[in-house]
Write a protein that binds this ligand. Sequence first.
Ligand code: MLT
Ligand code: ZN
Length: 457
Amino acid sequence: MASSRVIVDRLHEVVGPQLIVDRDVIASYTTDWTGRFGGHTVAVVRPGSTEQVAGVVLTCRELGVALVPQGGNTGLVGGGVPLHGEVVLSLRRLQSLGPIDALAGQLTAGAGVTLSALHRAARAAGWAYGVDLASRDSATVGGMVATNAGGTHVLRYGDTRAQLLGLEAVLGTGSVVSHLGGLVKDNTGYHLPGLVCGSEGTLAIVTAARLRLVPAMPFRTVAVLAFPTVSDALDASVSFRRSLPALEACELFLSSGLELVCSVTGMRSPFSDPHPVYLLVEMADHADPTEALAQATDSIDHVLDVVVATDLSRRAELWRYREAHTEAINTLGPPHKLDVTLPLGSLAEFIDRVPETVRMIAPAARTWLFGHAGDGNVHVNVSGLPPDDDQVDDGVLRLVADFGGSISAEHGIGAAKRRWLHLSRTADEIRAFRTLKRALDPDGVLNPNALLPPDGS
Ligand code: MLT
Ligand code: ZN
């Protein structure tokens, strides 16, 4: 392999001053948001165009150097940081936004555009973007496409793959594939956007995406409902999904999580008394959905209490009880984050059994459960574990597999879960993955330490 000096010099020829070698600046690119995954690199490169991205890939290919693509560095599975000394390819400078096709309800966004900027651009054109996440101010289009980001609105609009009408990307060969026309019906062969989306930077580097927009809804109502059991809350979630077409989010959290959020943020609980389980429900419609939500709530059993908000600031406050879980849990030290989906019929039993499963393996650890009740995705966060001790991960992921669930709902496999991929994918599927990887990235330059289990395992 080429020496660090040669790597730096050759990459400098491609991106000039946008090559970073300063140790202090590099530090923010080499460690993930949680602090659990950290590595090292000889350089971070920040190309400003698709041509430069292709130049970086070609150079790395020629030198036999691996690279890790990175967007807003909000990933939670160690898939966007250089754990094995890879060059970091930051896509954040690819900031182009537009053209917006207000007739079709579509836009083209560069990989470095943040989700918040995307929301603003869609709103300005009289539309909305269907995916939303708590990390919206940092998460980028490229990262969200690469990881097929899900978030809080999946039950209504689907995941990122469902928004993707076209893609521009650089393959591991260095060639650029671009199909950004945005035709909704376009049956002309393999759907490369769908393949690259969720491939976690292992097949291609996303440089731009053509995204569908959804109707903007002028009226919103958010409610937090309290329940005695997880099972009651999940029954309510099914009933809301069945009866409320304007349901946009249905999120679950527990009393322990709310207590932690309140103690970390200084917020007061929305209820005077604590309750075991909470469901946050959001409706969005062309007319005020508050009455429809009240009627649906009246027909639900075991509701212990409800708070409702229609104005913007109170709605944001209610959302904060749910969205601040991530930062609140992180104050206890880097957690192990297991992001899983269960068949809806098994979700309540799984949630009941997880804390005991963790306790059996690590009696001093604490388990935090919250997530997207409407689509079966629960976040199992465990604090108080050494970063590299993965016995709890193993126990929980095996429990997920026993219930017929998926070991990754929306965060991806990254480096953290690659050794358990076989729990969700057959040997034939993994072989097909490797065949695709070899075809699009023959020299294994693109994120070789993410997603696929190490060769031979
Ligand atoms: C969330 O739903 O809040 C995110 O997926 C982040 C997390 O799991 O911490
Ligand atoms: Zn989530």
